[in-house]
Design a protein. Structure first.
Length: 129
């Protein structure tokens, strides 16, 4: 039971500073409950097929060069990228070089440039060190 005798005058709080019984602001987290209801309604409105269609659309956009779509697809499939500050500077340079080669290769694929069967040996930038 809540002790209302410890209530201070006029501000609706008890001696420890907590809202006392009958205080209009002591109702709890009504905004959280409302947001929870909205999230539930949204989740019920979206089917597995809807999610699959959205995923296919994102993959298509990523293949067409949309970097935000590519980031989202890769994060969902591979997990979020770790912070760079945890890597050694030599690792960072290797990652930058590899990323640049990957992006250049993707750009060449979009532009219809042919590729050989040599795999990674034919990536642009390999001859540069």
């Amino acid at each position: 039971m809540i002790d209302t005798t410890a209530e201070t005058e006029g501000n609706g709080r008890d001696s420890s500073g907590k809202f006392s019984a009958g205080n209009q602001f002591a109702r709890g987290q009504s905004r959280r409950k409302h947001a929870e209801k909205l999230r539930r309604a949204f989740a019920e409105a979206v089917t597995e097929d809807d999610v699959a269609d959205i995923a296919r659309g994102l993959v298509s956009l990523a293949k067409d060069g949309d970097t935000q779509a590519a980031k989202l697809v890769l994060e969902r499939c591979c997990g979020k990228v770790q912070f760079v500050d945890t890597l050694a500077s030599s690792d960072l340079e290797a990652m930058k070089s590899g990323a640049a080669r990957l992006l250049e290769g993707l750009a060449n694929m979009q532009n219809g440039a042919g590729s050989s069967d040599d795999g990674a040996e034919s990536l642009p930038g390999d001859s540069e060190n």
